[in-house]
Design a protein around this ligand. Structure first.
Ligand code: URA
Length: 410
């Protein structure tokens, strides 16, 4: 294999063979292909795109760059969902136990938040004692006991993606549909799934800004999944305002608990049920009944306990992580709420300390926003539009002035 020739071939719009792609990924993972060549190839892919055959080969090569979860032939069907990320998106915490109650296994490997989008692992780690780094035998033990497990990626899973993503992050090559598809699907397929549902978000607070871009990514993931023998369903979701009424780690856990107790915000429950119905043999109505019966709440507590947390802490999570300043942001006029900008709220809570600007930043579990009003709602003068949970008065002042820029009442 002569790597410069492959780079030139892709640069000029050619198609790489599955064998060439496998060799490139093998060489790159082993350290036999320098970063500058991989960066050039990533840029050529970003500019020229990839066919479904190439994207499937890339996904497969990255999937097999490390270990994968192995299941017995008689194990229940494995399902999972992937979200492209947004503000206040705590659906995973509800979906994993709900699907487990429905008789399938959910071996959910999630990521941490970066930039304005939150991460499932950060939310879970606000539960004292909850362990997100489990060994493979521990993953199997928890799933046999509870039907679901929520963990971080181990060092052995998809090392090629870890290395390539770090390079893409600093070379302007993140927003490439085939590279995103291979990155996301390789990690999800490493779970040994039979079915996957994808929650592809678009809007101000999402990675994809337009519905057309989200549709293109969704199509690419469905076709690539199909080429690799995994049934993938898709839901396109708007992310112009936060999901639910809370954004920030412990605040989101509290809201997920409310939803598991059958008392969550309507938009959150709708997304959860749509995504679960896409991978379940049960109907949406049956799933809703299961959610409202308390079965998923029971299952979530069992999983928390199996992963080192104390279920009793779940209903007092906002007391455990209580920010010193809780500021009510009130409407300065009456009318209809037409904008509650997800990107601006995401940026404000990142600056409050709820997220990380760089991957090694530490995060503050207590801060964020809750009681966030929903667009379309009639608002009276002086009504609370949201609450800001901050470490200091000056941090609350800064968050208040930036969040006000993202609110419109007409
Ligand atoms: N999330 C991923 O895991 N990979 C990408 O390439 C983009 C978003």
């Amino acid at each position: 294999m002569h790597i410069p020739t492959l780079i030139e071939h892709k640069r000029d719009g050619g198609e790489l063979s599955p064998d060439e792609i496998h060799q490139v990924i093998q060489a790159f993972t082993a350290g036999d292909m320098p970063d500058y060549q991989m960066s050039a190839l990533a840029m050529a892919i970003l500019l020229r795109g990839m066919s479904t055959r190439e994207t499937a080969a890339l996904t497969e090569a990255m999937l097999h760059s490390g270990s994968t979860l192995q299941w017995a032939a008689d194990a229940p069907m494995r399902v999972d969902k992937h979200s492209t990320g947004g503000i206040g998106d705590k659906t995973s915490l509800i979906i994993a136990p709900l699907l487990a109650c429905d008789g399938v296994w959910v071996p959910m490997i999630s990521g941490r938040g970066l930039g304005i989008t939150g991460g499932t692992l950060d939310k879970l780690e606000s539960i004292p004692g909850f362990r997100t780094q489990l060994s493979e035998p521990e993953i199997h033990r928890v799933i046999r006991k509870t039907g679901c497990v929520m963990v971080g990626q181990t060092a052995d899973i998809c090392p090629a993606d870890k290395k390539l993503y770090a390079l893409r992050d600093v070379t302007g090559t993140v927003p490439s549909v085939p590279l995103i598809t291979a990155s996301i699907l390789s990690k999800k397929l490493a779970e040994g799934l039979n079915r996957l549902v994808l929650d592809v978000k678009f809007g101000t607070g999402a990675f994809m800004k337009t519905e057309a871009a989200a549709h293109e990514l969704a199509q690419s993931m469905v076709q690539t999944g199909r080429a690799l023998g995994v049934r993938a369903g898709v839901r396109l979701s708007r992310m112009d305002e936060p999901t639910g009424e809370a954004a920030g780690n412990a605040l989101e856990v509290a809201e997920a608990v409310r939803c598991l107790q059958g008392d969550g915000p309507q938009d959150l429950e709708e997304i959860v049920l749509d995504l679960c119905a896409a991978v379940s043999i049960s109907s949406r109505e049956q799933l809703q009944h299961l959610l409202h019966s308390g079965a998923a709440w029971e299952r979530f507590q069992q999983m928390v306990s199996a992963q080192g947390g104390r279920p009793a802490d779940l209903t007092r999570i906002t007391e455990i992580h209580r920010a010193p300043v809780i500021r009510e942001l009130k409407a300065d006029q009456s009318g209809r709420l037409t904008r509650m900008d997800a990107r601006i709220i995401g940026q404000a809570i990142l600056e409050l300390g709820a997220g990380r600007a760089r991957s090694n930043d530490s995060i503050d579990f207590a801060v964020g926003c809750d009681q966030i009003a929903k667009t379309g709602q009639a608002i009276a003068f002086g009504e609370v539009l949201l609450r800001i949970h901050a470490r200091s008065t000056s941090a609350a002042d800064a968050a208040e002035s930036s969040i006000r820029q993202g609110i419109r009442i007409e």
